[in-house]
Design a protein around this ligand. Structure first.
Ligand code: 13P
Ligand code: SF4
Length: 359
């Protein structure tokens, strides 16, 4: 993928860009919907018709059948999900097409299919339910749809596990080992009930006996932003600020999650902060743009980033600038929309619709 923002859009000053985005929004009126994820820059979020976590935005994309154009300020897998869930007459644009997700890239289709071949020998979809985190390629969502599985986000992973265990003996969860593990622990499983499929090794680095003993096979993927947080950060914060509240995203390692006061999706974190009384001190373990925005809007509370030093920025979320948004809104008729092939869409939609049903 190659994308170079035209020079004119790089050189335009912020006040002019803002005027142009407002003007384009007004011109498009009810035909356009701008969706912005919680990790987007403040000046991008300002233009969102809706802001939310990946689950909430997918739901909005599925339900707003009245609009013609959806501009998704987030990362590629989110825009793909919007394209899968929207209608054929609707078009979805990703203002910066280079915005991907390194965690999603850790589950390559060929590698997942290879793992499935091994699981098939042990019973396949008679025994295993594939569950993919939303952060995955459309082809893997289709794979889940074809094999009786579903998609989840960090806001409904528990419900997805319930759905899975009500129907199958074992789960095959990818790509985030941490969300998968944290959800398993919340579900009452023991660490030994979960094994890690290391895609860089033959047979995932597992014996058939290990797979047989496990209840969940977890893909060895992770988010480089959330794995920055360490248990010592929680301990240090509690020492420094007695009475502090600590809330983290479930992509953080279990050792961090277990020490935090609360864990949940980006949407959950926003609500958690809103619910704390004025004067509270809250440390947050998630992406820095969301933390900064929460600090900006809740000046009656002290809101700090949990590690205190690592600046957990998601470079891909940060890629989308207001310059990109202005360019996309003004030129979308010449830009290729996100377009998931029909056959993939058909099965991916099954898995995504299950996700929307099991919240
Ligand atoms: P949410 O589902 O909480 O919005 O998270 C998406 C994500 O990519 C977190 O890193
Ligand atoms: Fe992907 Fe992590 Fe960025 Fe979320 S924060 S989009 S999981 S790289």
């Amino acid at each position: 993928m190659y994308f170079a923002l035209p020079q004119e859009y790089r050189e335009t000053a912020l006040p002019d860009l803002k005027k142009r985005v407002w003007a384009a929004k007004e011109r498009l009126g009810h035909k356009a919907l701008i969706l912005t994820h919680h990790y987007q820059r403040l000046e991008v979020v300002e233009f969102g018709d809706a802001i939310g976590d990946s689950y909430a935005l997918a739901k909005i994309a599925a339900s707003r059948q009245d609009v013609e154009f959806i501009f998704f300020c987030g990362v590629h897998f989110m825009a793909e999900a919007a394209d899968i869930l929207s209608q054929d007459y609707q078009k979805v644009y990703l203002p910066n097409p280079l915005a991907g997700c390194p965690m999603a890239d850790m589950a390559e289709m060929a590698d997942v299919f290879e793992a499935w071949e091994v699981l098939e020998k042990l019973g396949g979809d008679q025994r295993f339910m594939p569950i993919s985190y939303m952060n995955s390629a459309a082809g893997l969502k289709a794979f889940c749809g074809k094999h009786g599985g579903l998609i989840c986000t960090s806001s409904n992973a528990d419900a997805a596990y319930r759905y899975g265990f009500e129907r199958k003996e074992k789960l095959f969860f990818f790509p985030d080992r941490h969300l998968g593990f944290n959800t398993g622990m919340k579900f009452g499983l023991r660490p030994d009930d979960m094994v890690i499929w290391d895609f860089s090794q033959e047979n995932g680095g597992l014996t058939d006996e290990q797979i047989e003993r496990a209840k969940i096979i977890l893909w060895k993927g992770h988010c480089h932003v959330h794995t920055n947080f360490k248990p010592e950060h929680v301990i240090e914060m509690r020492q420094k600020y007695p009475g502090i509240k600590i809330v983290v995203h479930p992509e953080c390692p279990y050792e961090v999650v277990k020490l935090a006061d609360a864990t949940g999706s980006t949407g959950f974190i926003v609500k958690y902060v809103e619910a704390q009384p004025a004067g509270s001190i809250i440390a947050i373990g998630t992406e820095i743009n969301l933390i900064n925005r929460l600090a900006h809007y809740h000046s009656d509370k002290k809101i700090i980033e949990l590690s205190g030093q690592t600046c957990p920025v998601c470079a891909n979320m940060y890629r989308t600038t207001i310059n990109d948004l202005a360019f996309c809104l003004e030129n979308f008729s010449e830009i290729k929309p996100i377009s998931v092939p029909e056959e993939t869409k058909k099965f991916a939609r099954i898995a995504l619709e299950r996700m929307l049903e099991v919240h």
